[in-house]
Design a protein around this ligand. Structure first.
Ligand SMILES: N[C@@H](CCC(=O)N[C@@H](CS)C(=O)NCC(=O)O)C(=O)O
Length: 270
């Protein structure tokens, strides 16, 4: 969906459609077909190649294929978790490609983002970053002291387990503002010719139900039981912590970005 983004993504990261891929399962079935009668004896048979379980079967070695939500003219991704992975990939300097799947796929865990690399899926932004950091020995936190790592850990937990629910509450409470504020172009995002007016109407209707589930989740988590004023205060408290930590430095721990900088950056976008 890179074409929707005006200036903020380098050409090398343009989203590629995966139409050229044959369904992975068909290929695997093909590879596992029993041999015809009269072929070599069983002992001489080559072992069947491992079943291909990824969408991108014609992958390039060590290229990371990123599956995320579509871009909007305003946001590089509709999800901060997806933007986190893409920002990390850019900072880590890894070769990656956004796969244009029109928001159709989800990971085996049922969410976005996920990546595929060398024929394997890795799901969940935190696990993706951890595994790729290990594989490419490219730790953005390498220069941090033990104490800074602890502060980073606590800060990330605050952002992803507390502040996130303040934002989720806002999204569930004001879905129309989300649609307008994020400038979602559904026609482009879903790859359809249906006019946006109609799509937006159905989107709001359908999302109303989904958001309703979201509101239930926000309540079940605990954030949703509070008043709007209280929730706003929780959010402001978290933002003040981040603002004080950042102070007048370019990044949280000095001149170089680390993992917590990425997570802070991606949350400030929403
Ligand atoms: N812990 C996950 C959270 C990812 C997540 O919550 N993704 C949401 C969107 S922000 C999702 O895919 N929800 C399912 C859906 O929208 O179909 C991560 O860090 O990747």
């Amino acid at each position: 969906m890179a074409t929707e983004v005006e200036n903020n993504v380098p050409a090398a990261t343009e989203t590629k459609e995966i139409k050229e891929d044959a369904p992975a399962d068909n290929k695997a079935e093909e590879a596992c077909k029993p041999e015809a009668a009269g072929d070599a004896p069983v002992a001489a048979k080559e072992p069947a190649p491992p079943k291909v379980l990824v969408h991108k079967s014609n992958f390039e070695k060590d290229v990371v294929y990123l599956y995320q939500f579509s871009r909007t003219p305003l946001l590089p991704s509709l999800s901060p978790y997806c933007l986190k992975v893409e920002t990390w990939l850019r900072l880590a300097g890894l070769k990656y490609e956004n796969v244009d799947h029109k928001m159709k796929f989800r990971s085996k865990k049922g969410q976005l983002p996920f990546v595929e690399m060398n024929g394997e899926e890795i799901a969940d932004s935190q696990i993706i970053i951890k595994e790729l950091t290990q594989k490419f020995n490219n730790d953005l936190d390498a220069a941090l002291s033990a104490e800074q790592r602890n502060i980073a850990h606590a800060t990330i937990s605050m952002i992803e387990n507390h502040l996130v629910w303040v934002v989720m509450w806002w999204r569930t409470k004001f879905p129309d503002q989300v649609l307008k504020g994020y400038k979602v172009n559904l026609q482009h995002a879903l790859g359809t010719r249906i006019p946006n007016g109609i799509l937006n109407f159905f989107f709001k209707f359908a999302f109303g139900r989904k958001w309703f589930q979201g509101a239930k989740k926000v309540k079940a988590q605990g954030m949703g039981v509070h008043s709007a004023e209280e929730i706003n205060e929780f959010g402001q408290g978290d933002l003040k912590v981040l603002s004080d930590m950042l102070a007048d430095k370019p990044f949280f721990f000095g001149d170089e970005p680390t993992n917590v900088s990425i997570i802070g950056f991606t949350r400030f976008n929403y």
